[in-house]
Design a protein around this ligand. Structure first.
Ligand code: T5A
Length: 206
């Protein structure tokens, strides 16, 4: 039976870098791995991603519209990719999932968690990842790793205090459900992080 693994954290903590490692590690164990991401993961959900992250329209995106678009993309992603992969017993590794909505739209934008929970129940029913790995690093360090980027998306342009709230929301969620969450110190060198990731993955493979 496959497992559902999600990688989370603020910008610059190394999700993209470590997604690659996780997928290769699992494939190296001869597991059938599906790599995906949110917002996105399907043709339609990637179009929604583009609206949310790269909209150049003159009107600002309303906070509730941002949340609902994340969930619209997620509903499509769940139907087209997540449920089919898990039903087929494949391993699914997603760069972000539901925790990002609590952290960014909840913690970052200030939308009440119980409103997000209504959407979670509607779209996910009781679907939960087997493991959520939070790559955690101080905001200044994480943002310094993305500073060289010439083009920043709409959310990357937020200020440090926004990402501080996002980080705190992630850590709070991990505290409430320690069995499903693992926090990895993303300030450490990659070799150290990947050693920890291997241990977390081995727990799931057993
Ligand atoms: N979003 C998403 C919501 O608001 N709500 C939601 O519900 C969902 C699902 C998506 C955006 O959408 C938001 C959150 C996001 O703002 P994204 O595609 O997930 O965006 O991309 P970002 O988070 O913006 O990803 P980044 O590319 O900025 O960060 P990563 O992937 O965490 O970092 P990565 O791997 O690109 O690394 C950055 C740099 O640091 C180096 C890497 O080599 C790279 O140069 N690095 C390290 N250097 C030294 N030591 C280490 N340990 C290092 N790890 C990485």
């Amino acid at each position: 039976m496959g497992k559902f693994i999600v990688l989370e954290g603020i910008e610059g903590v190394g999700k993209t870098t470590n997604m690659e490692f996780i997928c290769q590690y699992l494939s190296g164990k001869h597991l059938d791995v599906v790599r995906t991401r949110e917002p996105g993961g399907t043709v339609l959900s990637e179009k929604i991603r583009d609206i949310v992250l790269h909209t150049k329209d003159t009107e600002p995106l309303a906070v509730d519209a941002e949340l609902l678009l994340m969930f619209a993309a997620r509903a499509q992603h769940v139907a087209e990719v997540i449920i089919p992969a898990l039903t087929q017993g494949r391993w699914l590794v997603s760069d972000r999932f539901i925790d990002a909505s609590y952290a960014y739209q909840g913690g970052g934008r200030g939308i009440a968690y119980d409103r997000i929970a209504i959407l979670e129940h509607w779209v996910l029913n009781n679907l939960k990842p087997d493991r959520v790995i939070i790559l955690d690093a101080p905001v200044e360090l994480a943002l310094s790793r993305t500073r060289h980027r010439k083009v920043k998306d709409r959310i990357e342009q937020e200020q440090a205090d926004f990402f501080t709230r996002v980080r705190e929301a992630y850590l709070q969620r991990a505290q409430v459900d320690p069995a499903r969450y693992r926090i990895v110190d993303a300030a450490k060198p990659l070799s150290h992080i990947q050693e920890q990731l291997s241990t977390i993955l081995d727990e799931l493979i057993k």
